[in-house]
Design a protein around this ligand. Structure first.
Ligand code: GLV
Length: 391
Protein backbone atom coordinates (compact mmCIF):
# COMPACT_ATOMS: atom_id res chain seq x y z
CA UNK A 1 0.00 0.00 0.00
CA UNK A 2 1.59 3.29 -1.03
CA UNK A 3 1.66 5.80 1.81
CA UNK A 4 0.58 9.42 1.45
CA UNK A 5 4.27 10.34 1.20
CA UNK A 6 4.83 7.86 -1.64
CA UNK A 7 2.20 9.75 -3.60
CA UNK A 8 4.14 13.00 -3.27
CA UNK A 9 5.87 13.48 -6.63
CA UNK A 10 7.36 16.95 -6.28
CA UNK A 11 8.79 19.20 -3.59
CA UNK A 12 5.71 21.35 -4.13
CA UNK A 13 3.47 18.40 -3.16
CA UNK A 14 5.43 18.17 0.10
CA UNK A 15 5.08 21.91 0.61
CA UNK A 16 1.29 21.73 0.36
CA UNK A 17 1.17 18.85 2.85
CA UNK A 18 3.53 20.68 5.23
CA UNK A 19 1.29 23.74 5.12
CA UNK A 20 -1.61 21.63 6.39
CA UNK A 21 0.45 20.14 9.23
CA UNK A 22 2.73 22.90 10.54
CA UNK A 23 1.39 25.87 12.56
CA UNK A 24 1.24 28.99 10.40
CA UNK A 25 3.98 30.97 12.18
CA UNK A 26 6.55 28.18 11.65
CA UNK A 27 5.48 27.29 8.12
CA UNK A 28 5.68 31.00 7.26
CA UNK A 29 9.13 31.29 8.86
CA UNK A 30 10.43 28.76 6.33
CA UNK A 31 8.43 30.19 3.46
CA UNK A 32 9.47 33.81 3.83
CA UNK A 33 11.93 36.20 2.28
CA UNK A 34 12.76 39.73 3.34
CA UNK A 35 10.80 42.83 2.30
CA UNK A 36 9.15 42.27 -1.11
CA UNK A 37 10.44 38.67 -1.33
CA UNK A 38 11.67 39.50 -4.84
CA UNK A 39 15.03 37.79 -4.36
CA UNK A 40 13.32 34.78 -2.83
CA UNK A 41 11.18 34.48 -5.97
CA UNK A 42 14.12 35.13 -8.34
CA UNK A 43 16.08 32.26 -6.82
CA UNK A 44 13.47 29.86 -8.20
CA UNK A 45 12.50 31.80 -11.33
CA UNK A 46 16.08 32.10 -12.65
CA UNK A 47 16.52 28.33 -12.61
CA UNK A 48 13.49 28.12 -14.92
CA UNK A 49 15.27 30.30 -17.49
CA UNK A 50 18.03 27.75 -18.02
CA UNK A 51 17.30 25.15 -20.70
CA UNK A 52 18.76 21.64 -20.82
CA UNK A 53 20.29 20.11 -23.90
CA UNK A 54 18.77 16.75 -24.91
CA UNK A 55 20.96 14.03 -26.44
CA UNK A 56 19.70 10.71 -27.75
CA UNK A 57 21.04 7.28 -28.67
CA UNK A 58 23.63 7.39 -25.93
CA UNK A 59 24.07 4.28 -23.78
CA UNK A 60 22.39 5.28 -20.53
CA UNK A 61 23.07 2.18 -18.49
CA UNK A 62 25.01 2.30 -15.23
CA UNK A 63 24.33 5.89 -14.26
CA UNK A 64 25.83 7.38 -11.11
CA UNK A 65 25.28 10.52 -9.10
CA UNK A 66 27.87 9.59 -6.48
CA UNK A 67 30.58 12.13 -5.86
CA UNK A 68 32.39 13.91 -3.00
CA UNK A 69 31.64 17.06 -1.02
CA UNK A 70 34.42 18.35 1.26
CA UNK A 71 36.23 15.09 0.62
CA UNK A 72 33.28 13.05 1.91
CA UNK A 73 31.50 10.44 -0.22
CA UNK A 74 27.94 11.53 -1.05
CA UNK A 75 25.09 9.72 -2.80
CA UNK A 76 24.47 12.86 -4.86
CA UNK A 77 25.92 16.39 -4.78
CA UNK A 78 23.29 17.69 -2.38
CA UNK A 79 23.65 18.70 1.27
CA UNK A 80 21.01 19.73 3.79
CA UNK A 81 21.44 23.44 4.44
CA UNK A 82 21.48 24.92 7.92
CA UNK A 83 17.97 26.19 8.67
CA UNK A 84 16.82 27.91 11.85
CA UNK A 85 14.02 26.58 14.05
CA UNK A 86 13.92 23.26 12.19
CA UNK A 87 12.69 21.56 15.35
CA UNK A 88 9.59 23.73 15.18
CA UNK A 89 8.49 22.31 11.83
CA UNK A 90 7.95 19.05 13.74
CA UNK A 91 9.08 17.79 17.14
CA UNK A 92 12.82 16.93 17.20
CA UNK A 93 13.04 18.10 13.58
CA UNK A 94 16.83 18.38 13.38
CA UNK A 95 17.32 14.85 14.72
CA UNK A 96 14.82 13.51 12.18
CA UNK A 97 16.42 15.39 9.28
CA UNK A 98 19.95 14.36 10.32
CA UNK A 99 18.93 10.71 10.48
CA UNK A 100 17.31 10.87 7.04
CA UNK A 101 20.42 12.55 5.59
CA UNK A 102 22.74 10.01 7.19
CA UNK A 103 20.78 7.04 5.84
CA UNK A 104 20.57 8.61 2.39
CA UNK A 105 24.27 9.42 2.31
CA UNK A 106 24.22 13.22 2.09
CA UNK A 107 25.65 15.77 4.56
CA UNK A 108 23.45 17.36 7.21
CA UNK A 109 24.28 20.86 8.47
CA UNK A 110 23.02 21.88 11.90
CA UNK A 111 22.22 25.58 12.35
CA UNK A 112 23.39 27.57 15.38
CA UNK A 113 19.72 28.60 15.59
CA UNK A 114 18.49 25.02 15.79
CA UNK A 115 16.12 23.64 18.37
CA UNK A 116 18.01 20.35 18.89
CA UNK A 117 21.57 20.89 20.07
CA UNK A 118 24.91 19.80 18.63
CA UNK A 119 25.00 17.13 21.34
CA UNK A 120 21.45 15.94 20.50
CA UNK A 121 22.48 15.34 16.88
CA UNK A 122 25.75 13.63 17.85
CA UNK A 123 23.80 11.28 20.14
CA UNK A 124 21.31 10.28 17.43
CA UNK A 125 23.66 9.87 14.45
CA UNK A 126 26.80 7.84 13.79
CA UNK A 127 28.52 9.76 10.98
CA UNK A 128 29.96 13.27 11.28
CA UNK A 129 27.64 16.14 10.44
CA UNK A 130 28.46 19.78 9.63
CA UNK A 131 27.84 22.70 11.94
CA UNK A 132 26.83 26.20 10.88
CA UNK A 133 28.17 29.07 12.96
CA UNK A 134 26.70 32.49 13.61
CA UNK A 135 29.17 34.77 15.33
CA UNK A 136 27.64 36.58 18.29
CA UNK A 137 28.92 39.43 20.44
CA UNK A 138 29.62 37.07 23.35
CA UNK A 139 32.95 35.67 22.12
CA UNK A 140 33.37 33.34 25.12
CA UNK A 141 30.13 31.66 24.08
CA UNK A 142 31.33 31.39 20.47
CA UNK A 143 34.63 29.82 21.59
CA UNK A 144 32.65 27.23 23.56
CA UNK A 145 30.26 26.66 20.66
CA UNK A 146 33.15 25.93 18.28
CA UNK A 147 34.68 23.62 20.88
CA UNK A 148 31.36 21.79 21.23
CA UNK A 149 31.18 21.29 17.45
CA UNK A 150 34.72 19.94 17.55
CA UNK A 151 33.94 17.64 20.48
CA UNK A 152 30.91 16.33 18.55
CA UNK A 153 33.33 15.51 15.68
CA UNK A 154 31.63 17.83 13.19
CA UNK A 155 33.65 17.41 10.00
CA UNK A 156 33.15 20.92 8.58
CA UNK A 157 32.14 24.32 9.88
CA UNK A 158 29.79 26.41 7.73
CA UNK A 159 30.47 30.03 8.60
CA UNK A 160 27.59 32.33 7.69
CA UNK A 161 28.82 35.81 6.78
CA UNK A 162 25.59 37.45 5.59
CA UNK A 163 23.64 37.82 8.81
CA UNK A 164 25.30 40.43 11.00
CA UNK A 165 21.89 42.06 11.05
CA UNK A 166 18.62 40.34 10.24
CA UNK A 167 16.77 41.16 7.02
CA UNK A 168 13.25 42.37 7.73
CA UNK A 169 10.78 39.56 7.18
CA UNK A 170 7.26 40.82 7.30
CA UNK A 171 5.58 37.46 7.83
CA UNK A 172 7.63 36.76 10.96
CA UNK A 173 6.99 40.22 12.40
CA UNK A 174 3.27 39.99 11.72
CA UNK A 175 3.13 36.48 13.16
CA UNK A 176 5.05 37.54 16.30
CA UNK A 177 7.45 34.64 15.82
CA UNK A 178 9.38 33.44 18.86
CA UNK A 179 10.80 30.21 20.23
CA UNK A 180 9.38 28.73 22.33
CA UNK A 181 6.09 30.03 20.91
CA UNK A 182 4.15 32.58 22.90
CA UNK A 183 0.76 31.54 24.10
CA UNK A 184 -1.35 34.34 22.72
CA UNK A 185 -4.84 33.25 21.57
CA UNK A 186 -3.67 33.48 17.93
CA UNK A 187 -0.71 31.19 18.51
CA UNK A 188 -2.69 28.72 20.61
CA UNK A 189 -5.25 28.55 17.80
CA UNK A 190 -2.52 27.93 15.19
CA UNK A 191 -1.12 25.08 17.27
CA UNK A 192 -4.47 23.61 18.33
CA UNK A 193 -5.54 23.30 14.70
CA UNK A 194 -2.43 21.18 14.02
CA UNK A 195 -3.04 18.38 16.56
CA UNK A 196 -0.40 15.96 15.26
CA UNK A 197 2.22 18.70 15.51
CA UNK A 198 1.04 19.69 19.00
CA UNK A 199 0.98 16.07 20.17
CA UNK A 200 4.57 15.60 18.98
CA UNK A 201 5.69 18.79 20.71
CA UNK A 202 4.15 17.66 24.00
CA UNK A 203 6.29 14.53 23.75
CA UNK A 204 9.66 16.34 23.56
CA UNK A 205 11.65 18.62 25.81
CA UNK A 206 13.32 20.19 22.78
CA UNK A 207 11.35 23.39 22.33
CA UNK A 208 13.89 26.19 22.56
CA UNK A 209 17.30 26.98 21.02
CA UNK A 210 19.29 24.25 22.71
CA UNK A 211 22.69 25.34 21.33
CA UNK A 212 22.17 28.61 23.18
CA UNK A 213 19.68 28.14 26.00
CA UNK A 214 21.53 27.30 29.20
CA UNK A 215 24.89 28.16 27.58
CA UNK A 216 24.60 31.95 27.61
CA UNK A 217 23.69 34.00 30.62
CA UNK A 218 20.75 36.30 30.03
CA UNK A 219 19.35 34.19 27.20
CA UNK A 220 16.74 32.35 29.22
CA UNK A 221 14.00 34.00 27.23
CA UNK A 222 14.90 34.42 23.58
CA UNK A 223 11.78 36.52 23.09
CA UNK A 224 10.96 37.66 19.62
CA UNK A 225 13.51 36.36 17.20
CA UNK A 226 14.28 39.63 15.46
CA UNK A 227 14.85 41.56 18.70
CA UNK A 228 17.04 38.81 20.12
CA UNK A 229 19.11 38.56 16.94
CA UNK A 230 19.61 42.32 16.91
CA UNK A 231 20.94 42.26 20.46
CA UNK A 232 23.19 39.17 20.19
CA UNK A 233 24.59 38.90 16.65
CA UNK A 234 27.93 40.59 16.10
CA UNK A 235 27.65 43.48 13.62
CA UNK A 236 31.45 43.87 13.58
CA UNK A 237 32.12 40.43 12.03
CA UNK A 238 34.89 40.79 9.44
CA UNK A 239 37.08 38.70 7.16
CA UNK A 240 39.85 38.61 9.75
CA UNK A 241 37.52 36.56 11.99
CA UNK A 242 37.62 33.67 9.53
CA UNK A 243 41.21 32.87 10.54
CA UNK A 244 40.78 32.46 14.28
CA UNK A 245 37.52 30.59 13.79
CA UNK A 246 39.25 28.17 11.44
CA UNK A 247 42.21 27.78 13.78
CA UNK A 248 40.00 27.12 16.78
CA UNK A 249 37.84 24.60 14.88
CA UNK A 250 40.84 22.88 13.34
CA UNK A 251 38.90 21.54 10.35
CA UNK A 252 37.60 22.82 7.02
CA UNK A 253 35.60 26.04 6.99
CA UNK A 254 32.95 26.66 4.32
CA UNK A 255 32.13 30.36 3.97
CA UNK A 256 28.43 30.89 3.29
CA UNK A 257 26.72 34.00 1.96
CA UNK A 258 29.02 35.03 -0.89
CA UNK A 259 27.33 36.85 -3.80
CA UNK A 260 30.15 39.09 -5.02
CA UNK A 261 33.39 38.04 -6.79
CA UNK A 262 35.45 40.36 -4.55
CA UNK A 263 34.01 38.68 -1.44
CA UNK A 264 34.81 35.29 -2.92
CA UNK A 265 38.46 36.33 -3.30
CA UNK A 266 38.54 37.78 0.22
CA UNK A 267 37.03 34.60 1.65
CA UNK A 268 39.77 32.52 0.02
CA UNK A 269 42.53 34.95 1.02
CA UNK A 270 41.37 34.59 4.61
CA UNK A 271 41.39 30.81 4.63
CA UNK A 272 38.00 29.60 3.33
CA UNK A 273 38.22 25.97 2.25
CA UNK A 274 35.03 26.26 0.19
CA UNK A 275 32.34 28.82 -0.59
CA UNK A 276 28.58 28.73 -0.70
CA UNK A 277 27.12 31.22 -3.17
CA UNK A 278 24.03 32.26 -1.26
CA UNK A 279 21.61 35.12 -0.65
CA UNK A 280 20.28 33.32 2.41
CA UNK A 281 17.24 32.06 0.53
CA UNK A 282 16.21 35.65 -0.25
CA UNK A 283 15.91 36.32 3.49
CA UNK A 284 18.59 39.00 3.84
CA UNK A 285 19.25 41.61 1.10
CA UNK A 286 16.05 41.67 -0.90
CA UNK A 287 16.93 43.13 -4.32
CA UNK A 288 20.15 41.11 -4.55
CA UNK A 289 20.40 38.79 -7.57
CA UNK A 290 19.54 35.11 -7.46
CA UNK A 291 22.31 32.72 -6.47
CA UNK A 292 22.30 30.90 -9.83
CA UNK A 293 22.67 34.19 -11.66
CA UNK A 294 25.90 35.17 -9.92
CA UNK A 295 27.36 31.66 -9.81
CA UNK A 296 29.32 32.03 -13.10
CA UNK A 297 31.06 35.26 -12.08
CA UNK A 298 31.96 33.80 -8.68
CA UNK A 299 33.41 30.72 -10.38
CA UNK A 300 35.47 32.95 -12.65
CA UNK A 301 36.86 34.84 -9.66
CA UNK A 302 37.60 31.68 -7.69
CA UNK A 303 39.29 30.11 -10.73
CA UNK A 304 39.35 26.62 -9.20
CA UNK A 305 41.10 27.64 -5.95
CA UNK A 306 38.34 26.09 -3.79
CA UNK A 307 35.10 24.21 -4.35
CA UNK A 308 32.06 26.41 -4.88
CA UNK A 309 28.58 25.33 -3.77
CA UNK A 310 25.26 27.08 -4.16
CA UNK A 311 22.02 27.41 -2.25
CA UNK A 312 18.79 29.26 -2.96
CA UNK A 313 15.90 28.18 -5.14
CA UNK A 314 16.67 24.47 -5.46
CA UNK A 315 13.28 22.79 -5.75
CA UNK A 316 14.15 19.87 -8.01
CA UNK A 317 16.89 17.57 -9.17
CA UNK A 318 16.97 19.55 -12.40
CA UNK A 319 17.91 22.67 -10.44
CA UNK A 320 20.83 20.79 -8.88
CA UNK A 321 21.96 19.63 -12.34
CA UNK A 322 21.78 23.18 -13.68
CA UNK A 323 24.00 24.42 -10.84
CA UNK A 324 26.43 21.54 -11.43
CA UNK A 325 26.42 22.18 -15.19
CA UNK A 326 27.49 25.76 -14.50
CA UNK A 327 30.34 24.57 -12.28
CA UNK A 328 29.05 24.19 -8.71
CA UNK A 329 30.37 21.11 -6.91
CA UNK A 330 27.00 20.66 -5.25
CA UNK A 331 23.89 22.38 -3.93
CA UNK A 332 22.44 22.93 -0.48
CA UNK A 333 18.71 22.49 0.02
CA UNK A 334 16.84 24.33 2.77
CA UNK A 335 13.13 24.72 2.16
CA UNK A 336 13.02 21.59 -0.01
CA UNK A 337 13.88 19.40 2.97
CA UNK A 338 11.94 21.52 5.49
CA UNK A 339 8.75 20.92 3.51
CA UNK A 340 9.47 17.20 3.59
CA UNK A 341 10.07 17.40 7.32
CA UNK A 342 6.83 19.25 7.98
CA UNK A 343 4.97 16.86 5.69
CA UNK A 344 6.23 13.65 7.25
CA UNK A 345 9.18 13.90 9.63
CA UNK A 346 12.18 11.70 8.86
CA UNK A 347 10.29 9.81 6.13
CA UNK A 348 9.29 13.14 4.60
CA UNK A 349 12.93 14.28 4.37
CA UNK A 350 13.82 10.93 2.82
CA UNK A 351 11.00 11.48 0.32
CA UNK A 352 12.33 14.95 -0.56
CA UNK A 353 15.78 13.46 -1.18
CA UNK A 354 14.31 10.63 -3.26
CA UNK A 355 12.34 13.10 -5.38
CA UNK A 356 15.47 15.14 -6.08
CA UNK A 357 17.60 12.05 -6.74
CA UNK A 358 15.08 10.55 -9.18
CA UNK A 359 14.75 13.85 -11.02
CA UNK A 360 18.52 14.10 -11.31
CA UNK A 361 18.93 10.53 -12.48
CA UNK A 362 16.28 10.60 -15.21
CA UNK A 363 17.22 14.10 -16.35
CA UNK A 364 20.86 13.15 -16.59
CA UNK A 365 19.92 10.14 -18.73
CA UNK A 366 17.86 12.30 -21.09
CA UNK A 367 20.77 14.70 -21.39
CA UNK A 368 22.92 11.76 -22.45
CA UNK A 369 25.14 11.67 -19.36
CA UNK A 370 25.91 8.69 -17.18
CA UNK A 371 28.24 10.19 -14.61
CA UNK A 372 27.56 13.37 -12.66
CA UNK A 373 31.25 14.27 -13.05
CA UNK A 374 30.70 14.67 -16.80
CA UNK A 375 27.86 17.18 -16.44
CA UNK A 376 29.05 20.62 -17.59
CA UNK A 377 28.24 23.74 -19.61
CA UNK A 378 27.73 21.57 -22.73
CA UNK A 379 24.52 20.22 -21.11
CA UNK A 380 22.72 23.58 -21.03
CA UNK A 381 21.74 26.24 -23.54
CA UNK A 382 23.27 29.57 -22.96
CA UNK A 383 20.52 32.13 -22.67
CA UNK A 384 21.04 35.86 -22.38
CA UNK A 385 21.69 35.66 -18.71
CA UNK A 386 24.41 33.05 -19.00
CA UNK A 387 25.91 34.52 -22.15
CA UNK A 388 26.52 37.77 -20.31
CA UNK A 389 28.47 35.76 -17.75
CA UNK A 390 30.67 34.28 -20.44
CA UNK A 391 28.89 31.00 -21.23
C1 GLV B 1 18.26 32.26 9.95
O1 GLV B 1 19.20 31.73 9.50
C2 GLV B 1 17.19 32.77 9.17
O2 GLV B 1 17.38 33.00 7.97
O3 GLV B 1 16.11 32.96 9.74
Amino acid sequence: MPTALDRMLTIDDLKRRAKRRVPKMFFDYADSGSWTEGTYRDNEADFQKIRLRQRVAVNMEGRTLRTQMMGEEVAMPVALAPTGLTGMQIADGEIKAAKAAEKFGVPFTLSTMSICSIEDIAEHTTRPFWFQLYVMRDREFIYRLIDRAKAAKCSALVLTMDLQVLGQRHKDLRNGLSAPPKFTPKHVWQMATRPLWAFGMLGTQRRTFRNIHGHVSGAADLGSLSAWTASQFDPTLSWSDVRWIKERFGGPVIVKGVLDPEDAKLAIANGADAIIVSNHGGRQLDGAPSSIRVLPEILDAVNGAVDVYLDGGIRSGQDVLKAVALGAKGAFIGRAFLYGLGAGGEAGVTRALEIIQREMDITMALMGERDIHNVGPHNIYSNDLLRRQGY
